[in-house]
Design a binder for this molecule. Structure first.
Ligand code: ADP
Ligand code: MG
Length: 618
């Protein structure tokens, strides 16, 4: 805004310099003393505007100044600076010249010294001229004063203007500062904008991705909705079916409950009938089993009727004493509930016994003995060998019991089993399931509780839950038996081993219980030792075995005859088994016989012992 006037001022100055440079000089000098260049410019601008007036007065300046200078020159005593005098001297001289030459050309001629009047007149005219000049100078002075006042006013105005422009400038500067702040802010904002822009583009990309995802999900949703509607239809159909099925289930449940009742009644009836059959077969049964010869055949002295599996003939050829008559043959006929030849498999043997095992599960005590001389096959019959086909009665019975017990669970029966294994040697009990230190082996006593239950003190009664667990116990018993014997002392053949499995069944739903014991006994060898040949320990063993085996026979006979006194207490074996013998208990005696001819006597004894029992229950 302020620049335009400044430029115009310059222009004015240059144009006016030729005309007024000399005349204006004093004014300019004075102004420079109390004004800055900017103010000067402004002032000259104003003067420039008044140029015509200044030009008009220009002619007046010259003579005045020249005269002034002359006046100054002729009055050195006034103290005017020499510089000024020197510089203005030529001008004063030229003025003088003009004044001196003028009369020579056009003015009056030089007066005579006497012409005082003329001189006065000249002086007067000079005075008039000076007066005129003074007047004009006074006027000029007035004009200049007015001009000066104007200039001052102008200068004041200009000062104000300058002041306002300064203010403006400082405002501008402030504005500029503010704007620079704004600019940095703007830059910040713009960088933020860039960041936001990037973010925006990122978000846009994400949005696009999300959009695609949303579209695919919408499609999926659509598919799912369709599936849902299909499933709803299916569900409705299924619900209808479910309702029908539920009704069916309700009626079937009723039927099942009814059938369960019938089944239970059937089971109880089966037990009753099974027991009746077993009783009809005899609560005491005797089976005979003939061991095969080592080559698998059968000796001549043992004859089995091919059509009959109940009889056995023991034939003895007696040589003639004189030698003149023919040898006579004596036949001993025996018949038992079953006779098994040497070819009979372990399975065939067990098929017969399994009926009694079933009775044990039904709640009847069962006792199964293996009787016979050493080597006749008692242990083979009761325990058998490890391989499946050769497994004996005990492992098979255990298997049957666990399987049947599991089956009866569906009818509400819960079974629990407790096993024990005891050896009776020389009327002493030994725990075959003992697994502690040999030195700490406890002693055992047979106790009879008030409820007639027989227990053995310190004996291991092991709760068993599986067939394998029982097989483990049988193995432990075998080990315990073998540690007790030496090469010279085959103790197992001279001791009884009694395996007992206590069975408890509860049918809580029907409030029925059953309790029984299955006893499987491998008796000591029944062979008679010639008294003269046995001494000391051996004699004691023999006496003990003989008495316990014969007492067993007596007990069974007493039970069969329903005698008031049954001598259970006579031996440890019968005392231990007293609950399993008698009443509605089932007893099975296996008579094992050896086929070798030199075992004839023992075979005959065994068959006689067994047939005594058989005769009691024809
Ligand atoms: P015990 O226990 O009466 O003394 P074992 O059962 O130990 O007699 O039998 C003696 C031997 O005869 C054993 O080697 C046994 O394997 C074998 N044995 C017994 N009975 C039979 C049989 N029915 N079939 C095959 N081998 C048998
Ligand atoms: Mg044996």
């Amino acid at each position: 805004m302020s620049r335009l006037p400044i430029m115009s001022t310059k222009r004015v100055l240059t144009s006016s310099s030729s005309e007024n440079s000399q005349d204006m000089a004093p004014v300019q000098k004075k102004m420079r003393n109390d004004q800055d260049p900017q103010k000067l410019h402004t002032a000259t601008t104003v003067i420039g505007d008044k140029r015509p007036a200044a030009a008009a007065t220009a002619s007046l300046y010259r003579p005045v100044r020249g005269a002034g200078a002359a006046t100054v020159a002729v009055a050195p005593s006034r103290g005017v600076p020499k510089q000024v005098k020197a510089s203005s001297a030529p001008k004063a001289a030229s003025v003088k010249q003009q004044a001196a030459t003028k009369p020579a050309g056009t003015g009056p001629t030089r007066r005579q010294p006497w012409d005082l009047k003329g001189k006065v007149s000249d002086m007067e005219s000079k005075i008039r001229t000076y007066q005129t000049k003074i007047k004009s100078l006074s006027e000029e002075n007035e004009v200049l004063k007015g001009s000066l006042a104007q200039s001052k006013t102008k200068a004041a105005e200009l000062e104000r203007e300058v002041e306002s422009q300064r203010r403006e400038i400082s405002e501008f500067e402030q504005e500029q500062q503010r704007l620079s702040g704004v600019q940095s802010e703007l830059e910040k904002v713009s960088s933020e904008k860039n960041v936001l822009h990037k973010e925006l583009s990122n978000l846009e990309q994400k949005y696009k991705v999300n959009e695609t995802l949303r579209e695919s999900q919408e499609m999926e949703l659509q598919t799912l909705k369709m599936k849902q509607s299909v499933q709803e239809t299916t569900m409705a159909r299924l619900q209808a079916t479910l309702k029908e099925t539920e009704e069916l289930v309700t009626s079937l449940k009723e039927t099942v409950a009814h059938q369960k009742d019938e089944l239970h009644a059937g089971e109880m009836e089966r037990r009753r009938l099974h027991n009746t059959i077993q009783e009809l077969k005899g609560n005491i049964r005797v089976f005979c089993r003939v061991r095969p010869l080592e080559d698998g055949g059968l000796t001549k002295h043992i004859q089995l009727a091919p059509s009959d599996n109940k009889s056995i003939i023991l034939a003895k050829t007696e040589e003639s004493h004189t030698g003149k008559t023919a040898d006579t043959q004596k036949n001993y006929h025996f018949s038992f509930d079953r006779v098994f030849g040497p070819q009979a498999s372990q399975q065939e043997i067990f098929d017969e016994i399994s009926l009694l095992v079933q009775s044990a599960l039904d709640g009847y005590n069962v006792c199964c003995f293996a009787y016979g001389q050493t080597g006749s096959g008692k242990t083979y019959t009761m325990e058998g060998e490890e391989v499946d086909d050769t497994r004996g009665v005990i492992p098979r019975a255990v298997q049957q019991i666990f399987r049947a017990g599991a089956k009866l669970q569906s009818q509400g029966w819960e079974f629990s089993f407790t096993a024990s294994f005891v050896e009776i040697y020389n009327e002493t009990l030994r725990d075959l399931l003992y697994s502690g230190k040999a030195s700490k082996r406890p002693e055992h006593e047979i106790r009879k509780a008030a409820n007639n239950e027989v227990t053995v003190t310190n004996l291991t009664y092991e709760k068993v839950y599986s067939e394998d667990q029982v097989l483990g116990l049988i193995a432990l018993a075998k080990q315990n038996r073998s540690t007790a014997q030496t090469a010279l002392n085959d103790r197992s053949s001279r001791s009884h081993s009694v395996f007992q499995l206590q069975i408890e069944g509860v049918n809580a739903g029907r409030g029925v219980k059953c309790k029984s014991i299955l006893c499987l006994v491998d008796l000591a060898g029944s062979e008679r030792v010639v008294k003269s040949q046995s001494q000391g320990e051996r004699f004691k063993e023999m006496t003990s075995i003989n008495s316990s085996l014969s007492n067993l026979g007596i007990v069974i006979t007493s039970l069969a005859n329903k005698e008031s006194h049954v001598p259970y207490r006579n031996t440890k074996l019968t005392y231990l088994l007293q609950n399993c013998l008698g009443g509605n208990s089932k007893t099975l005696m296996f008579v094992n016989i050896s086929p070798e001819p030199d075992s004839f006597g023992e075979t005959l004894n065994s068959l006689r012992f067994a047939s005594k029992m058989c005769l009691m229950f024809p």
